[in-house]
Write a new protein. Structure first.
Length: 121
């Protein structure tokens, strides 16, 4: 017998916190592990709001040294982007989103869970 769960919202303040700690807390909540109704095979109606993403503690060593790679599928199509370039182009919110996305398991529930992440700068 299933029990219906009410939608819940978790708010995380990112002021003066490191990227990894904020992202892991958000991923933990998105997976539903903070809920008493946790089930591995369901995306629970949990919304996570990360506020003040622009006030994250990002050292220059991290922003200039972290490299995101992707592959276009064509020969010679490996593309690299540093965190500094990504922040300049899309903002800190995209960096937080990519970090949390990397902490969610790669299965069919990944997309519905990531839709419940809201990042405010």
């Amino acid at each position: 017998m299933k029990t219906s769960m009410q939608p819940s919202t978790y708010t995380i303040d990112a002021t003066d916190r490191t990227l990894g700690r904020v992202a892991s807390e958000a991923a933990h909540a998105l997976l539903g592990k903070r809920s008493a109704h946790f089930v591995k095979n369901e995306a629970l109606p949990v919304t996570v709001v990360i506020e003040n993403a622009s006030k994250l503690h990002l050292p220059t060593r991290r922003t200039e040294g972290k490299v995101y790679t992707r592959y276009t599928g064509y020969p010679g199509g490996q593309r690299e982007t540093t965190m500094k370039e990504l922040i300049a182009k899309k903002g800190v919110a995209e960096v937080v989103r990519k970090t949390v996305d990397g902490m969610i398991p790669r299965n069919k529930l990944r997309a519905p869970r990531m839709k419940n992440l809201i990042v405010k700068e």
